[in-house]
Design a protein around this ligand. Sequence first.
Ligand code: CAA
Length: 259
Amino acid sequence: MVNNETMIKTARDNAVGIITLNRPEVLNALNIKMVAEIVFALERFDRDETVKVMVIQGAGRAFAAGADIDEMLDKGSIDLELHNQFTDWDRIAKIKKPIIGALHGFVLGGGFELALSCDILLAGQNTEFGFPEVGLGIMPGAGGTQRLTKLIGHQRAMKWLLTGARFSAAEAMNCGIVSSVFPDELLKEETKKMARAIAEKPALSVRLIKESVHKANELSLFEGMQQERKNFYLLFSSEDQKEGMRAFKERRKADFKGR
Ligand code: CAA
């Protein structure tokens, strides 16, 4: 358990929990401690009832230029097996609240994998994406080959993973990797706007929509639809469903309580 944040900064914007990757001198290269801090902060925000949405962003010139090469250089397979560092990354997939990735500068390797663990990705127009691992004699290890392929399909995933080439925010938008691209100087503001808009929605709906969308990657269509239906039915036990529908009928703004 990590309780001293040294490689990230956390902050609050009302109901939005913000995590800033903060090793700008190495373009936010992700080392083991930093990933542990990110996961700890996400889990803390996830447990905090006053937080509705989380944002991950990078300080300095990059979102993150990959896993920390200095830390990996002299490692052997046995070190990696014994430490099994990717179990920390796996915990990100268990976060219930939505995570928005605000991407700028470089989004490479492990940085790209961290981005792909978020639920919505927004990018500045000059952001560069890529999986350069192949040029280092390794390959992505935190979900890159799996998540990228599911997201953009075999052909394009193979192209980017095997060449290690960098591609632009416009291409990322074309492939469906990011949901929107903004002028770099507007990225933070637009991210805030989206986070605040989601934070105003009834939290249980948001939580179960996230869960259902993630199931679409794991289950068959039929199983996914069964899961969706259960979540749909579940929401009819919530106060917010009654409030949301009554407010519609009474032509007033709903006052959601998150339960
Ligand atoms: N690890 C450690 N340090 C890194 C780093 C990384 N991934 N990326 C950048 N840095 C450091 C540089 O070494 C440099 O430090 P010094 O000033 O002490 O030399 C500093 O950050 C600034 O970087 P550059 O001088 O290289 O900046 P640039 O603008 O010329 O180039 C860049 C930027 C193209 C992103 C280049 O830094 C680069 O190619 N970085 C490495 C990208 C990479 O290969 N990432 C994949 C890592 S492996 C991985 O992620 C495995 C996995 O799946 C888990």
